[in-house]
Design a protein around this ligand. Structure first.
Ligand code: NOJ
Length: 571
C-alpha cells in the first residue's frame, strides 16, 4: 500500500523563511547559500521536502511576496544561479524542493504593472484590475467600492497617473493580477514552466483562493469598519471561475510534471468544498492549507486580556482536525501544520515558555502522527517562541504596520498594543533562526534585519544537538518512528479516531490496522491531568514520551504538565 503512495504523501516537509534562516554574507538577511549550508542539518533531522518562501527579485514590501521579476533571485538572497544550485544540492540529499509561487499579485514595481499604470491604452492595462473611483459629497475621493483587503485597509489603491484605482487585497505595493485575462494566465503559466523545467518539485500556491473576484464589484452589504470598508471575503474567494483557472493550470502545466501543489486557501472553505481544489477525482491541485486549527487559543480576540486568561480550546481544535479528516479521508490529501510565517509561534500559542521542552515535544507528537503530510516551520523543531518586542517599530511586517496605523486608538497605550502583537503578530514567525549561543544566535555576522529573540542563549540548535534529550533530538526520533513502514502505514492509510473527543484538556487519538494500533495521548494544560482509556490495557511498546516515569495504572494515565506519549498497542 505504502509503495503506491506518492512521494509527497510519505514526505515530511519543512518551511523555510529565507530572510530569517541563515545569512552567509553578513548583510543581516538570510540567503539561498545559507539554505544550502543547512541542508545537511535538514537531512539529518529527517526532512525530505522543503518549502522555500519567495526569494525572487522584489522591493520586499511584504518580504518577497511582492515579486518584481519572477525569473531572478533578489540580490539580497543571492545570485540567480543559486536557485539551481539549491535544487541540485537538495536533490543530492534526497530532499525535494517546492517554491512559494505568488500568482495572485505582483509588486507594483513589476514591469507589467509599470506599463499597466502608464496609460489606459497600454496593452498591459488589462493585466491588473482598474476601476474609476467616485467623489463623495464632501469632495473626498472614494474607491470603487467598500471592499477591504487583508492588511487593514481598502482593497483598492489610488493611482494619480490615470486617476483610477487598482485592486490590491494585500498591500498597496501588491496589485492583484487580472486572471480573467488569458494573456495574464499564459504569462503566469510560463513562469511555472520555467521553475519546473529548472527542476523544482512543486509549489506552495500563495493566496490561490482569490484568483477570481465578483466582477460586478458590487458594494458589500456587511457592516463596515470605521473607515467605511469591510472584509467581505466572499467577494474574492473560492469563486467558480477560480476553479476553472486551476483546471486550466493543471491541464496546461501541472499535469505534465511529477510535481506537488499545496494551495493556501485559508478560512472560509469547508472540507467538502476543499475537494473541488484537491479531491483525488475532480481537484486540480494536491492539498490545501486550511486555517481552522490555527487560532484555537483566541489570541485574536484577546485585546485587554492577560496571558493567564488565554486558554487553548482543545475540544474545538480536535473537532476541527477530525472534521478535516472525515471530509478528506480517501478523497484527498491533507497538509498538517502548527506554524507558519503568517502566525505567532505555536509554542507560545498552544504550549508554554515555562514548559518549553515538554510542550514543544507534546506538540510534535500530536502533529506528526496525524493523517497527512506534516510541515515543520523553521525553528519549531527547537521550540522557538514569540518575540518580546515592546517597541511598535520593531514589528516590521507590512500588515503589522498597517494594523498599528489603523488600530492604535483601540489600545490604552503603545505598550498594550505591543503586548497584543506579541501574541498575534506574524513578525513572531519572522524573527531569525537561532543556530547557536554565539552573537546573533549564529544567524548572521552582521546586524540582523529583525531583532533576535534574546532567548537564543538558551534556545538554539547547537546546544540542542549536543543534548540527547533536547527538543531537536526528540523531533529526530519522532520522524524516524513516523518513517517506519508499519507506522507510516497506520498514519497515512488508516482512520484517525479521536478518543474522548469532548475532553477539555487532553488530545488523544488512535489509528488501527486490524488489531495493531498507534495511540497518542497529550495533555495541553500546564497542570497534571489524569486520563482514562481502555486502550491503555493493550500497550505493546512506549514509542515516545516527553517525561520519564509516566504513571500508568491499568486504564488511567497521569499526565504531568504538557505530558504526552506515543504508544504501540495491540488489541
Ligand atoms: C499569503 C502569505 O502567506 C503571506 O505571507 C502574504 O503576505 C500574502 N499571502 C500575500 O502574498
Amino acid at each position: 500500500m505504502i509503495n503506491e503512495m506518492k512521494w509527497w504523501q510519505k514526505a515530511v516537509g519543512y518551511q523555510i523563511y529565507p530572510a530569517s534562516f541563515y545569512d552567509t554574507n553578513g548583510d543581516g538577511v538570510g540567503d539561498l547559500l545559507g539554505i544550502i549550508a543547512k541542508l545537511d542539518y535538514l537531512q539529518d533531522l529527517g526532512i525530505d521536502l522543503i518549502w522555500v518562501c519567495p526569494f525572487f527579485k522584489s522591493p520586499r514590501d511584504d518580504n518577497g511576496y511582492d515579486i518584481s521579476d519572477y525569473f531572478s533571485v533578489d540580490p539580497v538572497f543571492g545570485q540567480t544561479s543559486d536557485m539551481k544550485k539549491l535544487l541540485d544540492e537538495a536533490h543530492k540529499r534526497n530532499i525535494k524542493v517546492i517554491f512559494d509561487f505568488v500568482l495572485n499579485h505582483t509588486s507594483d514595481e513589476h514591469p507589467w504593472f509599470i506599463e499597466s499604470r502608464s496609460n489606459e491604452d497600454n496593452p498591459k492595462r488589462d493585466f491588473y484590475i482598474w476601476r474609476k473611483g467616485t467623489i463623495a459629497k464632501d469632495g473626498k475621493r472614494l474607491p470603487p467600492n467598500n471592499w477591504r483587503g487583508f492588511f487593514s485597509d481598502s482593497a483598492w489603491a489610488y493611482d494619480h497617473l490615470t486617476d483610477s484605482y487598482y485592486m490590491k487585497i494585500f498591500s498597496k505595493k501588491m496589485p492583484d493580477l487580472n486572471w480573467e485575462n488569458k494573456v495574464v494566465r499564459n504569462a503566469i503559466f510560463e513562469v511555472a514552466k520555467f521553475y519546473l523545467d529548472l527542476g523544482v518539485d512543486g509549489f506552495r500556491l500563495d493566496a490561490i483562493a482569490h484568483l477570481a473576484r465578483d466582477t460586478s464589484f458590487a458594494q458589500s452589504t456587511l457592516p463596515t469598519e470605521s473607515d467605511g470598508t469591510v472584509l467581505d471575503y466572499k467577494k474574492f474567494s473560492n469563486l467558480p471561475k477560480m476553479f476553472d483557472y486551476l483546471k486550466e493550470f493543471k491541464q496546461e502545466v501541472l499535469s505534465k510534471y511529477d510535481c506537488v501543489t499545496v494551495g493556501e486557501v485559508g478560512g472560509g472553505v469547508s472540507p467538502e468544498e476543499s475537494l473541488l481544489y484537491s479531491g483525488y477525482d475532480k481537484g486540480s491541485i494536491n492539498m490545501v492549507f486550511n486555517f481552522d486549527t490555527a487560532w484555537e487559543n483566541g489570541a485574536y480576540a484577546s485585546e485587554g486580556k492577560t496571558d493567564d486568561e488565554i486558554r487553548t480550546n482543545v475540544k474545538n481544535m480536535k473537532h476541527n482536525f477530525r472534521r478535516w479528516f472525515e471530509g478528506c479521508y480517501q478523497k484527498s490529501w491533507l497538509p498538517l501544520y502548527w506554524d507558519n510565517h503568517d502566525h505567532p509561534r505555536v509554542l507560545s500559542q498552544y504550549g508554554s515558555i515555562h514548559y518549553r521542552e515538554a510542550s514543544a515535544k507534546m506538540l510534535a507528537m500530536v502533529l506528526l502522527f496525524m493523517y497527512g503530510t506534516p510541515f515543520i516551520f523553521n525553528g519549531e523543531e527547537i521550540g522557538m517562541s514569540n518575540v518580546v518586542y515592546e517597541n511598535l517599530d520593531d514589528f516590521k511586517d507590512v500588515s503589522d504596520q498597517n494594523f498599528i496605523k489603523e488600530g492604535r486608538h483601540r489600545f490604552s497605550s503603545d505598550l498594550a498594543m505591543a503586548k497584543y502583537l506579541q501574541r498575534t503578530s506574524r513578525t513572531n514567525g519572522h524573527a531569525p533562526m537561532q543556530w547557536s549561543d554565539e552573537r546573533n544566535a549564529g544567524f548572521t555576522t552582521g546586524t540582523p534585519w529583525l531583532k533576535m529573540n534574546p532567548n537564543y542563549l538558551l534556545v538554539n540548535v547547537k546546544t540542542q544537538k549536543e543534548d540527547p534529550n533536547s527538543i531537536l533530538n526528540f523531533y529526530k526520533k519522532a520522524l524516524k518512528i513516523r518513517k517506519k513502514p508499519e507506522i507510516l502505514h497506520l498514519v497515512t492509510q488508516t482512520r484517525f479516531e479521536l478518543i474522548d473527543a469532548n475532553h477539555e484538556d487532553i488530545f488523544s487519538y488512535h489509528h488501527f490496522a486490524g488489531n495493531e494500533g498507534l495511540l497518542v495521548i497529550a495533555n495541553f494544560r500546564d497542570y497534571e491531568v489524569k486520563f482514562t482509556t481502555e486502550h491503555l490495557k493493550d500497550i505493546k511498546e512506549v514509542l515516545l514520551a516527553n517525561y520519564d516515569d509516566l504513571i500508568i495504572n491499568e486504564t488511567t494515565i497521569e499526565l504531568p504538565p504538557f505530558g504526552a506519549v506515543l504508544l504501540k498497542v495491540s488489541k
